[in-house]
Design a protein around this ligand. Sequence first.
Ligand SMILES: Cc1cc2nc3c(=O)[nH]c(=O)nc-3n(C[C@H](O)[C@H](O)[C@H](O)COP(=O)(O)O)c2cc1C
Length: 336
Amino acid sequence: MSVDLRTTYMGLELAHPVVPSASPLTGDLNTLKRLEDAGASAVVLPSLFEEQIEHEEMEVARLLDFGSESFGEATFGYFPELADYATGPGTYLDLVSRAKGSLSIPVIGSINGTSKGGWIKYGKLIEEAGADALELNIYFIPTDPKVSTAQVEQQYLDLVMSVKQSLSIPLAVKIGPFFSSIPHIAHRLVESGADALVIFNRFYQPDIDIDGLKVRPDLHLSTSSELRLPLRWTAILYGRIKTSLAVTTGVHTSEDVIKLLLAGADVTMMASALLKNGPDHLRSVVAGVERWLDDNDYESIEQLKGSLSQASSPDPGAFERANYMKTLVTYAGPFV
Ligand SMILES: Cc1cc2nc3c(=O)[nH]c(=O)nc-3n(C[C@H](O)[C@H](O)[C@H](O)COP(=O)(O)O)c2cc1C
């Protein structure tokens, strides 16, 4: 079997397209090592959150105020820089540099937020800690009816521009699926500096506990059935938006990875499957992809990539409204 599994993701040369995405598994050095041993071609570390950074900065500011009021001799520089504290951001930067020190695969840092602010400088600090690239996860739930779509989208673009300005490593932007026009926002994010798009963020939906009459935060891991949404949008974006595409949500098996490559993904990312089955699952997924390519006479991932995207598909309407009515009216089940 000599299939070339290599792929390029925002300029990073990866051995194959299966990458563990941000999850608790990538936040620990031992599991990171296990993921590398299982064959991961890169890793995305869990996010450093805007709230986490701002909380820590407020705490430190409080301590600094307290210190300088209490000690007459305290001068500027009396306390070490924020990043030297073993607090949230400091611990995170330490994880980045330790991951870089002990892994030989690319390490992608991640920050998660919604607004421009002091926390954005952490992208640069993650770069300085050694990350090969940065993923910016924009997780924003608009609730104010007076805020327009254009304003929400501008917030995304401003954020991307601000983070990108300070970076020399590539920037991936992870977004959710809730836009009026995904191709338009994708295009504008790329114009604003995104070197890759990661589709789609999985929004964790709270539930309601009808016995306790309260809102219950709930986290269910995904299944392969959730792949359909990013699969369609990958196929539509491929070739239309000139950027690297990574897909997250619903990637569990080699079949899932192959479908996404056919649709046009450069990279496929897994969290739930690895949380369910453990790091070694990755090895069998990659082996399955290689076997399928070999069995179907493909020599490389590049040969396969995008061959069933909307632009190349013999049935482009299948990704659009054209197929919608046909699918509904031809439904057959035990009661119809
Ligand atoms: C427990 C857990 C923690 C996660 N933490 C992060 C995170 O810190 N940053 C992030 O961008 N995504 C995070 N994610 C989202 C995953 O990276 C991934 O995008 C999402 O789970 C969809 O992929 P999946 O279907 O493979 O789970 C987390 C997911 C889970 C299940």
